[in-house]
Design a protein around this ligand. Structure first.
Ligand SMILES: *Cc1c(COP(=O)(O)O)cnc(C)c1O
Length: 427
């Protein structure tokens, strides 16, 4: 028993019983934590090597304004992303608003009227429903005459190869594969599983474009979907690759011809990648990318700890604490709105910013159900920072993610349990 540590937690509003429960669970996680560190080492060297190869220099960290012509820092950052992810090119911009925008950009830049996009992994992330036009929306792909098809997963989150083969046709131009489970009950896919799916779709239609929604997946494993043949990989900088420092932004890494189309969609035909002032973003983008492997490891430790803790209390958790992790998301079925809200209030109460705020369920742009969100973050809405959210629908699953540092994540998770205990849960 570490009396000084216990005293710190007691001072921080954690009861002795909750602290001791946490320590008991942690003692069984030595191997999982060592695995997270091993992967962080591999990815740290990957990022470092890309920075050294491209001779990142002090003067690269200054930004440009106006048109942003000859922005060598921005261009070098994009080369660092491309080399880290082993792709031909990358677009990494503050002008990309968020993950949804990056995905819309990649899709709308590479699909023309009459083309079809196919999701072979079931319904995509909630905000993509309006992007694609699954839920009718102004300026959706559907409005531009791009059609959509999906093939659901088989039990056990297995790919329905026969269904996929049947769904790929003349019009199928682009296959969208979402790595992370999002707000669904399926598994998140490993880069290897995604690679297997890519090989299959290529065997049916060799020239189909494969785009992977890599949100939350970056650096959680040794390799990325781009190492297994994805033509484009898309994500948000206020998730893993921003390392907690990126103040905004998104990225698309992949084949040079496809990235060029994305750049022209972001700016204008004839302008493409040449324009777009980086302002003050290059330094935090570069430094955040450098920190991202170890920040992602902290977030993975947080996810494993939360899984093991809530598993031991009888809550269904997904993935199980013992499973290989392919992203930083941990889902816990809270079973009731009261427990979902208590969990989120605990995460909020443990935050460095806005700890005094009480999260309430509310309507969110892009989401069909009311959502409760806990995010006491330095960067608004950042979900590489310790955060939790869940749609108000049975079984009241909380999706928990992030943690810039492991000590903060541990405190947040203990506080979530404390709030559940205060709401009537017995340990
Ligand atoms: C977060 C997320 C998105 C959307 O990103 P935003 O930055 O919230 O717009 C898309 N797909 C998946 C799987 C995500 O996790």
């Amino acid at each position: 028993m570490n009396e000084e540590l216990l005293r710190s937690y007691l001072d921080g509003g954690i009861s002795r019983a909750v602290y001791e429960k946490g320590e008991e669970i942690l003692s069984g996680l030595t191997e999982a934590f060592a695995e997270a560190d091993r992967i962080a080492e591999i990815n740290q060297l990957k990022v470092l090597k890309a920075m050294q190869k491209n001779e990142v220099a002090a003067y690269h960290l200054y930004g440009t304004n106006g048109y942003g012509h000859n922005d060598i820092g921005r261009d070098t950052l994009e080369k660092v992303y491309a080399d880290t992810f082993h792709t031909e090119d990358a677009l990494v911009r503050a002008q990309i608003t968020c993950g949804t925008h990056a995905l819309y950009l990649a899709l709308s830049a590479n699909l023309l009227p009459g083309d079809e996009v196919l999701s072979p992994v079931g319904r995509p992330y909630d905000t993509l429903e309006e992007v694609i036009g699954i839920r009718p929306s102004m300026l959706s792909l559907a409005e531009y005459g791009v059609s959509y098809r999906e093939v659901g997963l088989l039990p056990g989150s297995r790919f329905d190869y026969e269904g996929i083969r049947a769904a790929i046709g003349e019009k199928t131009k682009l296959i969208e594969i979402q790595r992370s489970k999002g707000y669904s009950g399926r598994n998140s896919f490993s880069p290897e599983e995604i690679g297997e799916l890519i090989r299959f779709v290529r065997s049916v239609k060799p020239d189909v474009i494969v785009m992977v929604d890599n949100c939350y997946g970056e650096f959680s494993r040794e390799k990325e979907p781009s190492d297994y043949g994805a033509d484009m990989m898309v994500g948000s900088l206020i998730k893993n690759p921003g390392g907690g420092l990126a103040p905004t932004g998104g990225y698309i890494a992949g084949r040079a011809d496809l990235i060029e189309r994305c750049a022209r969609r972001l700016t204008a035909p004839g302008l493409g990648k040449e324009l777009g002032a980086s302002l003050y973003a290059t330094a935090p983008f570069m430094q955040g990318f450098f920190l991202a492997p170890s920040v992602t490891a902290s977030a993975k430790k947080a996810a494993v700890f939360a899984a093991a803790l809530y598993e031991s209390l009888g809550f269904p958790v997904h993935p199980a604490s013992s499973m290989q992790r392919n992203d930083i998301i941990q889902a816990v079925e809270m079973g009731s709105p009261a427990y979902l809200e208590a969990f989120c209030r605990g995460i909020q109460a443990a935050a460095p910013i806005d700890s005094f705020v009480r999260p309430e369920p509310s309507d969110m742009a892009g989401y069909a159900d009311k959502v409760i969100m806990a995010a006491g973050a330095f960067v608004q809405g950042s979900s590489i920072e310790l955060s939790a959210d869940g749609p108000l629908r049975p079984p009241y699953t909380v999706y928990f993610q992030g943690g810039l540092t492991w000590p903060h994540a541990k405190y947040g998770i203990l506080m979530s349990l404390q709030k559940l205990v205060d709401a009537g849960l017995t340990l």
